[in-house]
Design a protein around this ligand. Structure first.
Ligand code: ZN
Length: 79
């Protein structure tokens, strides 16, 4: 018998951009929709929160525009 895990509507994920190649875009961990932090139209995602440390962006909390998952982005490269 398979036990069904209780699934929340809005899952949350964490992504370290250091591990990402190229322009820093990545697929949503849940629905696979490509999300690019460079895309400022907010059609694909919505910024929920930002965390700035020493005047530098340390964390970006976004919400997938398609499935609504909460995704925490870390590992922003400086310079
Ligand atoms: Zn999604």
């Amino acid at each position: 018998m398979m036990m069904k895990k209780p699934e929340k509507n809005h899952s949350s994920y964490s992504i370290n951009l250091v591990a990402m190649e190229g322009d820093g875009s990545f697929p949503c961990p849940k629905c696979g929709m490509p999300i690019s932090p460079e895309d400022d139209t907010e059609e694909n995602y919505k910024v929920i929160n930002t965390k700035v440390v020493n005047d530098e962006l340390a964390e970006l909390i976004i919400s997938c525009g398609k499935c609504g998952s909460t995704i925490k982005l870390t590992g922003f490269q400086q310079g």
